[in-house]
Design a protein around this ligand. Structure first.
Ligand SMILES: [Fe+2]
Ligand SMILES: [Fe+2]
Length: 387
């Protein structure tokens, strides 16, 4: 190699802020000039500027359908907040049940922090959506009259009325298979349960069942330790179940929004629901992988098998990112996506039905079901208007 090969074509310049700004001016200078010229011509044609501001105003104006979408999402967020609050009181970073925290930490040592953060996010979603409704002169959603369900009696749980029931869940775990499959429910595919979780608590019920001072060895040694680990494992799968539902619901509601501002709200919150799902997808997998796999609740018989022992893509626990699947048409190439994104499979009514099957509302009043059914029906009926 000759000396000239080693000589840079241009001297290396200092990389300070002044230098960066000088280069930036070189690159954007002409574009800035053109932009200035555009502004000048708009001033000559006042109609163009008027039209632009009209278009902007129209993009912000919210329709009846937009209000229905935001009200349904506010209700869902109040429901999410209520359930996450229960998890957080017992298992969050400031949670009050050491045995539950220890069992959750077998899924990941950061579980308490993640639970606290997810709870904060749901609080912020609910508060923002209701504040936004008020700012638009639309009625906010208040579900306080339905906070009637009992709290857990385990150490750490506050004694107050709840919207949701985490004490006897039947968790749909088919999302685990769906996100590993190359098939799509929107094109007719259906998926089996990864784990059969029926009538299982996702939070400790009381201190007799699971004393708060229990250790959480792997594998659990006593019946009470095994019971608590099964409860924590159920929570792990339930976290992911709730958040995958949110991922689909927000994607579906985005397709119905007319106002660009409402669309911005939906995609901005929806992205965080998907972020939550991805996190919990990873943690749930640890309940069905070694060294934790193989726990059977001695009270209910619910078992968390070693899914890696079954082999194959539909079981592999570390396949936590969505596998590419059919999308729109089977003759198009597979695509890694949120799914489902059709009303029938993940819209507002489908979500409420799924939460009901989850036994999340076990013990709720007929008026509660009528109220959320109406909110969901109105949101599903919203249609994007082309104006
Ligand atoms: Fe949320
Ligand atoms: Fe969420």
């Amino acid at each position: 190699m000759s000396q000239s090969d080693l000589t840079p074509a241009r001297p290396i310049e200092p990389s300070g802020q002044d230098d960066l700004e000088a280069r930036w001016r070189d690159v954007v200078g002409r574009r800035s000039f053109l932009k200035g010229a555009g502004l000048a011509s708009a001033a000559v044609v006042p109609g163009a500027a008027w039209f632009a501001s009209e278009a902007r105003a129209a993009a912000r104006e919210i329709t009846r359908g937009d209000v229905a979408i935001v009200r349904l999402l506010a209700a869902i967020e109040l429901i999410e907040t209520d359930l996450w609050q229960q998890y957080n009181e017992l298992g969050g970073v400031n949670g009050g049940n050491p045995a539950y925290i220890a069992a959750l930490s077998n899924l990941d040592s950061d579980m308490p922090q993640y639970i606290a953060d997810n709870t904060d996010d749901e609080h912020s979603h609910a508060a923002f959506l209701n504040a936004y409704l008020r700012s638009q002169g639309a009625p906010p959603v208040n579900l306080d009259e339905f906070r009637t369900l009992p709290s857990s009696h385990a150490t750490g749980a506050k004694q107050q009325g709840r919207l949701t029931n985490l004490q006897t869940l039947t968790v749909d775990t088919s999302w685990y298979v769906r996100y590993r499959s190359t098939e799509n429910p929107d094109l007719g595919a259906s998926f089996p349960q990864a784990v059969n979780i029926t009538h299982e608590p996702a939070i400790p019920l009381n201190d007799t069942d699971t004393p708060p001072g229990l250790p959480a060895p792997i594998p659990p040694q006593t019946a009470q330790e095994t019971r608590m680990q099964a409860i924590a494992n159920t929570a792990g799968f339930h976290f992911a179940y709730i958040e995958q539902g949110g991922s689909s619901l927000y994607s579906i509601m985005a397709l119905k929004a007319t106002s660009l501002e409402v669309l911005r709200i939906i995609v901005s919150i929806g992205g965080v629901e998907t972020n939550h799902f991805s996190l919990w997808h990873d943690k749930a997998g640890n309940a069905v992988a070694q060294p934790l796999a193989g726990v059977t609740d001695p009270v209910t018989g619910v078992t968390f098998p070693d899914l890696n022992a079954k082999r194959g893509q539909l079981n592999q626990t570390n396949l936590i990112l969505p596998e590419p699947c059919d999308f729109l048409h089977k003759d198009l190439p597979p695509c890694s996506i949120v799914r489902p994104t059709l009303d029938d499979n993940g819209g507002a009514l489908a979500t409420i039905k799924s939460f009901t099957a989850d036994r999340l509302f076990e013990g709720q009043s007929p008026k509660f079901f009528r109220t959320i059914h109406q909110l969901a029906t109105d949101a599903d009926a919203a249609q994007r208007s082309l104006r």
